[in-house]
Design a protein around this ligand. Structure first.
Ligand code: NDP
Length: 300
């Protein structure tokens, strides 16, 4: 079998188009422009790239983008004061604090100081609790993107066996909650799981969010299963020339795609969906804040 490739780039383009349509309606029918504020503390090069591309994508959908770039030495009090201002700013509907923060700042405290209604990353403890109890919440972007692609591929996920490898707060745990919400039978695997290959082989859906290059080989995959590869790992690529690198996922694509029914590639799978879902969450937050209908198909 050769797996169907789930094209995250094309899927994300569709999500962005839907977001742009909803933004246009908010502006034209209600005079409301959704606004996203992104806060970056320090000069981490990868974070700077992420923040730039988030800002660009926000503007492309017609929303307002505000970037706050703060000195690496910024005090906790100053950062909390900025978040308080953004919480009270009616033109801002989504607030994202780029992680990781410098070591002198308390990440949990900072995230939990964002108004839950504006927490477009879905990391606030209130949103985690709402998701865990099956209530309306802001859902973390990466697992939301994975869920959208799975729903699109399968239609209903009800009754399917899903194995999520990885139990982080930003991917593994919320992914498991979302799959449970769609009535999958969910197993969360992690570094202490016994006989992981056997556990994975039971799954109709495997979501790999580990951070270990090509850890999941094809013989861990049940024939016909759907494989969602969240991992983004940069590895040496001597075949491309001296000193060259490339991105690979947590799944060994070549062997897994020979067995799976469908699979997301890296790059071009889950990655593009993460920013698209950030935009979706911003427009959802704006609609909710104004008591308007939520955009269809952009929430969990
Ligand atoms: P974390 O490091 O926070 O979590 C990794 C998880 O994998 C942990 O739960 C860990 O288990 C588990 N794990 C580690 N080694 C093994 C092993 N040998 N067998 C089974 N489980 C193992 O990572 P994240 O969740 O933040 O990210 C995971 C990957 O996804 C990374 O490659 C990251 O770059 C990528 N990512 C991609 C995004 C995207 O937009 N596509 C967004 C976010 C992340 P334990 O808890 O026991 O230590």
């Amino acid at each position: 079998m050769t797996a169907k490739i789930i094209d995250g780039k094309a899927f994300a383009a569709g999500v962005r188009e839907k977001v742009a349509g909803h933004v246009a309606r908010l502006i034209n029918d209600h005079g409301i422009t959704p606004g996203l504020a992104v806060v970056l503390v320090g000069e981490d090069p990868a974070s700077q790239v992420y923040v730039r591309s988030k800002g660009k994508a926000t503007i492309e959908t017609g929303m307002k983008s505000v970037e706050h770039k703060l000195d690496p030495e910024t005090s906790q009090a100053d950062l909390l004061a900025l978040i308080d201002d953004l919480n009270n700013d009616e033109t801002i509907h989504g607030i994202l604090v780029q992680l990781p923060l410098p070591a002198h700042l308390d990440e949990d405290l900072v995230i939990n100081s964002i108004s839950p209604a504006k927490d477009v990353d879905g990391f606030h403890i209130s949103n985690v609790g709402l998701l865990g109890t099956g209530q309306k919440s802001m859902v973390p972007c990466t697992p939301l993107g994975c869920l959208m692609m799975l729903r699109d591929h399968h239609g209903s996920l009800s009754g399917l066996d899903a194995v999520v490898i990885g139990r982080s707060n930003i991917v593994g745990k919320p992914m498991a909650q979302l799959l449970l919400g769609d009535s999958c039978t969910v197993t969360i695997a992690h570094s202490r799981t016994k006989d992981l290959p056997e556990v994975a082989r039971r799954a109709d859906i495997v979501v790999a969010a580990v951070g270990r290059p090509e850890m999941v080989p094809g013989d861990w995959i049940k024939p016909g299963a759907t494989v969602i590869d969240v991992g983004i790992n940069r590895v040496d690529a001597p075949e491309k020339g001296e000193g060259k690198t490339k991105l690979v996922g947590d799944v060994h694509f070549e062997s897994a795609s020979a067995v799976a029914g469908a699979i997301t590639p890296v790059p071009g799978g889950v990655g593009p969906m993460t920013i698209a879902c950030l935009l979706a969450n911003t427009v959802t937050a704006c609609s909710r804040a104004n008591g308007l209908d939520e955009p269809e198909g952009l929430t969990a």
